[in-house]
Structure formats: structure tokens, C-alpha cells
Design a protein around this ligand. Structure first.
Ligand SMILES: NC(=O)c1ccc[n+]([C@@H]2O[C@H](COP(=O)([O-])OP(=O)(O)OC[C@H]3O[C@@H](n4cnc5c(N)ncnc54)[C@H](O)[C@@H]3O)[C@@H](O)[C@H]2O)c1
Ligand SMILES: O=C(O)C(=O)C[C@]1(C(=O)O)C=C[C@@H](O)C=C1
Length: 307
């Protein structure tokens, strides 16, 4: 058990991310009350069956009334609607944060509605899976993973420290970024990989010369990795594409140029070019794996969630 960090935490949205946070709060004893609010009564019922909180309501306005920390975990396109619903009912000094995969758009949607006496601190845990809904969450999802904050210029440092302490209790490593920079970085390391996966699986499915059964039967591990990403939640990823449009289009343009280079090298049999690129990218994979080992080192291993 860790110490209580907030008396009352309110979770708006209880899918993969919200329910993973709920499980960690409970396991670590980080709050006295955990109020869960989501739009659909069916999802709320499931959250109650899973015993994820201490109170449940479909009214986000009722939920936030005495909240010390509000965590919004809904598809990014729903951010403004949630901000409008909760803003009049937030208590002075409350911290409001989110977990959305895009940041400039979430800030544009939520910040104008936030009262001056509330601390709005946008955040993004870089952890997830292709699954969605309250059953998909699990305790420990955020352990050893980055949580990036994109604070506003007037963000109160003490409130940011309190929120950081919460994510650190969940096992995360903390970083800060400018929202536009966040959106560019995430466009290349997260959004493009998903778009490419949706595209390649769609292309394979469309091929007239390859039957669906062959796609399933012969899907070797490379293609299977793509199918995992391509199974990700359509609502979430539609919203990510629509709400990080500029950065994604910029990265897609770069990607298409580099793909044309590769295509040309294959067409003209330029093995040196192919070998050089494939060697360079192999080094990147190795350094990611190396960093992963660091995360699993004894220093990271000693976390409250392991007890
Ligand atoms: N899935 C990931 O890998 C991942 C990782 C990091 C961040 N995120 C971000 O976290 C957020 C939630 O993603 P998730 O994977 O938990 O999705 P999810 O589909 O599992 O859950 C979304 C939840 O939001 C609720 N919801 C939808 N619209 C709502 C509204 N208007 N008002 C109230 N509740 C509403 C749904 O009922 C559900 O409980 C998204 O913004 C996503 O970009 C996702
Ligand atoms: O691992 C996965 O399946 C994920 O999609 C997680 C992932 C990612 O791209 O790394 C997806 C979206 C997020 O905003 C953060 C994490």
C-alpha cells in the first residue's frame, strides 16, 4: 500500500486506460473515494461488477462535485463535451487532467471551459494495448512507461508535482513537453505506425489474388504484428487522426518520400542502399530493446505494484 494522495478521485471514461488507472488506485490505496462516471449505463454497470470504484454515475456533473483529482479518459474527440459538462461543478483547487493521445486539440477543446480556480494539466501516458473497454484494463499497465505532461504557461507547479506523484506511484516516468512538439513526436512514434498497420491489413484484405483464408493461414509473425495494431479501437483512432491532422499529414508526407526512395532502390536493384537503411534501422531496434532492459533493471523493478 502507498499513501493516500487524493481524498476523492473521479474517473470519467472507464475503458482500457480509465479502468487500468482505477485498478492501480485500488491496489495501491491512493484515494479514499474513487467515483466512476461514463456515458453508457452498460459500461458503468460492468465497471461496478468489476468493483473498480466506490461510487458510480452516468452524470459527470454529479461525479466531479467534490473531486480533488478528475482524470478524463475518453476518446479525444469527446474532450470538449466532457469539459462543458463538468466545468460548472468543479470545486476550487481541483486538478483536472486527461490521458488523450493528442494534446494541442485536447487543450483547445478543454482549456477555454476550465474555471480559473481549477488546475488543468493535460497528460498522456505512453502505454496501452489494442484492446478497449473496462474488461481490457489491468493493474501495472503504466509501470516503467512514460507519462508526458503538456502544461499550460500558467500551470501551478505544486499542482503539477501532486499529479506527477500520482503517476510516479503508478510506476510511470514523467516528462514535460510543449503540446505541438508532443503531437509531432507521437505522430511518428505512435500514430503513423497505427495508420500504416490499418493500411497494410486493409490492403491484404482487398487483394483479389489472395483469399481471406490465405491471409489468416499464412500470416507470419511480421504481418501478425500489424494485425495487432490494426485491431485497435476504431473510435479512438478515428479521433486521433482527426485531432492530430497537421502533424500526421506532415509525417505521412515524409514517410511517402522515404518509401519512394525504397521503392526506387528495389526497382533498380540498389542493394547497397537497401542494406544501409536496414542496418541503420536494426541499430534503432537494438537501442530500444536496450532501453527496455534498463526499465526492467533492479532499480525499476522495486515498485509498490510488485508487492
Ligand atoms: N488505448 C491506448 O492504447 C491508449 C493509450 C494512451 C492513451 N489513450 C487515450 O486514452 C483515451 C481513452 O482510451 P481507451 O483506450 O481507454 O478507450 P476505451 O474505448 O477503452 O474507453 C473509452 C471510454 O470513454 C467512454 N466515453 C466515450 N465517449 C464519452 C463521452 N462523451 N463522455 C463520457 N465517456 C465517454 C466510453 O464509454 C469508455 O468508457 C483516449 O483519449 C486515447 O487516445 C489510449
Ligand atoms: O501498444 C499499443 O498497442 C499501443 O497502441 C499503445 C500506444 C502506442 O502507440 O504506443 C497507443 C496510443 C497511445 O496514445 C499510447 C500508446
Amino acid at each position: 500500500m502507498s499513501e493516500i494522495l487524493f481524498d476523492r478521485i473521479v474517473l470519467i471514461g472507464i475503458g482500457l486506460i480509465g479502468s487500468s488507472i482505477a485498478r492501480d488506485i485500488k491496489k495501491l490505496g491512493l484515494a479514499r473515494d474513487v467515483v466512476i462516471s461514463t456515458r453508457s449505463a452498460e459500461t458503468l454497470k460492468r465497471a461496478e461488477e468489476l468493483d473498480l470504484g466506490t461510487a458510480y454515475t452516468t452524470s459527470s456533473a454529479d461525479a466531479v462535485k467534490d473531486a480533488d483529482l478528475v482524470i478524463v479518459s475518453v476518446p479525444v474527440g469527446a474532450s470538449e463535451a466532457v469539459a462543458q459538462q463538468i466545468a460548472p461543478y468543479l470545486k476550487a483547487g481541483a486538478i483536472v487532467t486527461d490521458v488523450g493521445s493528442t494534446k494541442a486539440s485536447v487543450i483547445a477543446q478543454m482549456a477555454p471551459h476550465m474555471p480559473d480556480n481549477v488546475h488543468f494539466i493535460p497528460g498522456h501516458p505512453l502505454a496501452g494495448t489494442e484492446k478497449s473497454g473496462p474488461d481490457a484494463g489491468f493493474s501495472g499497465l503504466f509501470k516503467g512507461r512514460w507519462c508526458i505532461f503538456t502544461p499550460l504557461p500558467d500551470t501551478d507547479r505544486a499542482a503539477l508535482d501532486r499529479l506527477s506523484a500520482f503517476w510516479i506511484a503508478l510506476g510511470s516516468m514523467i516528462d514535460e513537453m510543449d503540446p505541438q512538439h508532443h503531437d509531432k513526436v507521437l505522430a511518428i512514434v505512435s500514430h503513423l505506425p497505427h495508420i500504416i498497420a490499418y493500411n497494410i491489413v486493409g490492403t491484404a484484405d482487398d487483394l483479389e489474388t489472395v483469399t481471406e483464408s490465405e491471409v489468416i493461414k499464412y500470416s507470419a509473425s511480421g504481418f501478425r504484428d500489424f494485425t495487432r495494431l490494426a485491431a485497435s479501437d476504431p473510435t479512438m483512432w478515428r479521433d486521433v487522426c482527426l485531432h492530430n491532422k497537421d502533424a500526421i499529414l506532415e509525417m505521412l508526407a515524409r514517410f511517402s518520400e522515404d518509401l519512394a526512395y525504397l521503392q526506387r532502390a528495389i526497382r533498380w536493384g540498389e542493394g547497397d542502399k537497401l542494406f544501409e537503411l536496414f542496418s541503420r534501422t536494426r541499430t534503432i531496434r537494438r537501442s530500444i530493446v536496450q532501453a527496455g532492459q534498463d526499465v526492467d533493471s533492479p532499480d525499476f523493478g522495486r515498485h509498490a505494484l510488485d508487492k
